[in-house]
Design a protein around this ligand. Sequence first.
Ligand code: PHE
Length: 356
Amino acid sequence: MDDLKAKYLEQVAHAADEGALEAIRVAAVGKKGEVALKMRELGKMTPEERQVAGPALNALKNEINSALAAKKVALADAALDERLKTEWLDVTLPGRARRIGSIHPISQVTEEVTAIFADMGFAVAEGPQIETDWYNFDALNIPGHHPARAEMDTFYTHRAEGDNRPPHVLRTHTSPVQIRSMEKTGAPIRIICPGRVYRADYDQTHTPMFHQIEGLAIDKDISMANLKWVLEEFFSAFFGTHVETRFRASHFPFTEPSAEVDIQCSWEGGTVKVGEGDDWLEVLGSGMVHPKVLEAGGIDPNEYQGFAFGIGIDRLAMLKYGIPDLRAFFDSDLRWLRHYGFASLDQPTLHGGLSR
Ligand code: PHE
């Protein structure tokens, strides 16, 4: 019995894992294990012998069972220690700083312009970037043969062979939103429409995609004088200083009369400053909405009239924030975005400040 005890306690001590322990348990104290076999021999003993051997065998069985249980706990502890060694985490390490993104100058300027016009009672309207040629051209009094279609370097979508419907276009200006708004709400109207526009053109001041804001005000008594006041008010609020404007007679198919608007600036030291000096910079096209355009939008030109204008947002952003190359706007260069971007929590408002 002492040999059995020594043998199994030794095996338990050296067991490498739970599987080994289980094998030892079966061999030692299992139903057909060595201790059970010894117990079976009790029947052949004399009562005196049995009185000694019985309790001794029971004690042996208990001792092996406790050794097994103790070893099982020890193995589990060791396994946990091993795991903790590989899965440790230093909670005292400083956190990894994440850079906060910035608002693109175009988004910032769009918000600024929207805030200024909202204050003058203009709502924001939007239209699709892929347009039919009706909305982009015909409804705006630009018929098929009109040279303006060629001048605008239009991107056309592709139609399948044999499909003779006119192709869609990437809108070349935000003016189609004029027509869509007229159709949607009828007169009176007072809206601005910011958005992307497309023309096949690329150099330091032109990119194939750029941004415009269309303005449209229609009512029974709207005149060129209202247009001039609204634009002067806008420029002064936008640049934060009084800005003189110059209206030059021009031509657009969708306005009559038409005017291009210049703002006062100086070119001292190679940089533009708006609102001072005696140079002029062209920033937008405008005019009184052509009667044919009102008609195309379902508005009676004998009852209503109004003004429209289109400003280049990218150009405004370059002027206000001193950004020299338009193409950099769309390069997604993180250094550029960090330099020219705006804090995301600084929403432009008239009362809180348009730009910080
Ligand atoms: N749509 C014109 C352009 O893109 C601008 C414009 C808008 C002119 C509204 C007059 C009235 O050049």
